[in-house]
Write a protein that binds this ligand. Structure first.
Ligand SMILES: [Zn+2]
Length: 467
């Protein structure tokens, strides 16, 4: 017995430096120009202003960079600046680094709790993202024409059905991720899925000592069940007094309604590809729930073909009846599908942003940074029509437009229906498989042999004519 204890003592001493080293190698983030990233490197954070890459990768690939976060312990968070003066109030409590429109913090989950009141789009920098996709998904050829079947399907989504679902979702005193009321809201979503012809499940994860759950409703595909289309939004919310009262009607009761309403309508049909309806928790803590989920999907090698994320989609604002649709270089095809579907089936104007790098700020980012095509619906990008009750106790149904919510929900549902019957594999794929390589080489040899033959045969003819 004593020998065993001594063995474990020695083993633990030997193991602990390895843990410390691993911690060190995982952190220390450097700033780099997105254009300079070698193809094998996965950045831990990308945005329009800057890119962060782990120190280990900087060293391994000898990339020119600038070290911005030299500390090795704690979590890193990035947040967009909403109001510079407000952010300045934080300075003494929580130091940060400013880069472009972003502030970067190093803190723990408890320290991060105040951040949603000082900026927007809080994102915890995920150190697990890595490139596992050997090849990107090539967009299928989509012929979007008005389809009476789809129109019939989504006609069941009405301003009234959306409103009653939103009333249910906002009936909890709070849906702050660390509260038991948020667990009750998760149960409600689970039961909603369970009442439909869907397979409900929880995706459990733990954050800062709290157990949280994403809720999933799955409708298996009849033709290619291994290919998955996700429609999602976060269920949790926040306010100035998040443990006591946080209605979160717009952020993100609205997107949750879209997911539940799409599930209600689409579950009456049998899609060819698998449809997965998901509500995430832990979004306001820095996209924790979606990061955990996307990480597990990546580890499992899941075939996620497209992600439709809806977050803040029911505020009409004062300027126009419009909806912003954001996509990155992997999902431009999905962004244009979203805009076309919205034009065909609703009276809402679309504002599309086709960007190179994914923008953080909501759960689509957790998928996008891992190479999954993801599109993001939001009613106003930060600017003149920005929701004035963002992250406050005044985020209630009375501020919202149920016609707009029904329109964006119909768009999301129609997109999911269209995507779930596409044959992704039928699309010409520029990267051949191993056996295709074999055939290609053989074809090249044959072609070469044939060409030489042709040249040989033709030479005397040419020679004669020149003479
Ligand atoms: Zn949100």
């Amino acid at each position: 017995m004593r020998a065993l204890i001594i063995f474990f003592m020695i083993a633990s001493v030997m193991v602990s430096p390895a843990i410390a080293q691993d911690n060190a190698s995982n952190a220390i983030l450097s700033l780099i120009d997105a254009a300079d990233i070698p193809p094998d490197v996965t950045p831990v954070f990308v945005c329009d202003d800057f890119t962060l890459v782990k120190k280990t990768e900087i060293d391994e690939y000898e990339i020119e960079s600038q070290e911005v976060l030299p500390d090795i312990k704690g979590d890193y968070y990035v947040m967009r600046i909403l109001d510079r003066e407000k952010l300045d109030q934080l300075k003494d409590r929580l130091p940060y680094i400013l880069i472009g429109e972003h502030a970067i913090f190093r803190t723990d989950p408890a320290g991060a709790e105040i951040l949603p009141n000082y900026g927007w789009g809080l994102t915890r920098i995920s150190l697990t993202a890595r490139k596992i996709r050997e090849r990107p998904i090539y967009p299928p050829v989509i012929d979007v024409n008005y389809d009476p079947d789809i129109a019939g399907m989504i006609a069941e989504i009405t301003p009234w059905s959306c409103e009653s679902t939103l009333v249910e979702i906002t009936s909890f005193a709070t849906r702050y991720s660390y509260t038991s009321e948020c667990r009750q809201a998760e149960d409600t979503v689970y039961h909603e899925f369970n009442d439909l012809p869907l397979t409900p499940s929880y995706f459990d994860f733990s954050w800062s000592g709290s157990d949280m759950r994403n809720v999933i409703g799955e409708l298996p595909g009849t033709v290619a069940p291994e290919s998955v289309i996700i429609i999602c939004g976060h269920l949790d919310c926040v306010s100035e007094v998040p443990y006591n009262y946080a209605p979160g009607a717009e952020d993100n009761g609205s997107g949750t309604v879209s997911v539940l309403e799409a599930a209600r309508v689409l579950s009456q049909y049998q899609p060819e590809l698998t449809l997965r309806f998901i509500t995430f928790s832990g979004e306001e803590q820095g996209l924790i729930g979606s990061d955990e989920y996307a990480d597990s999907m990546q580890t499992a090698g899941e075939n996620i073909m497209a992600v439709i994320n809806l977050d803040m989609v029911a505020y009409r604002g004062t300027y126009a009846n419009d909806m912003h649709i954001l996509s990155d270089s992997l999902s431009h095809w999905l962004g244009s599908l979203a805009a076309e579907v919205m034009d065909l089936y609703t009276d809402v104007d679309t504002v599309t942003a086709y960007e190179d790098e994914p923008r953080s700020g909501s759960d689509h980012y957790s998928f996008a940074i891992r190479g999954y095509p993801a599109v993001f619906f939001i009613d106003a990008w930060h600017g003149p029509d920005w929701y004035p009750y963002y992250h406050t106790t005044a985020d209630t149904i009375g501020n919202l437009d149920m016609n707009l919510l029904a329109s964006v929900t119909r768009t999301g549902a129609a997109m999911a229906a269209i995507l779930a019957r596409l044959d992704f594999e039928a699309n010409p794929d520029p990267i051949p498989t191993l056996s295709e390589w074999g055939m290609l080489i053989m074809a090249l040899v044959l072609l070469l042999a044939g060409t030489i033959g042709v040249i040989r045969r033709r030479r005397p003819v040419r020679a004669r004519s020149y003479n």
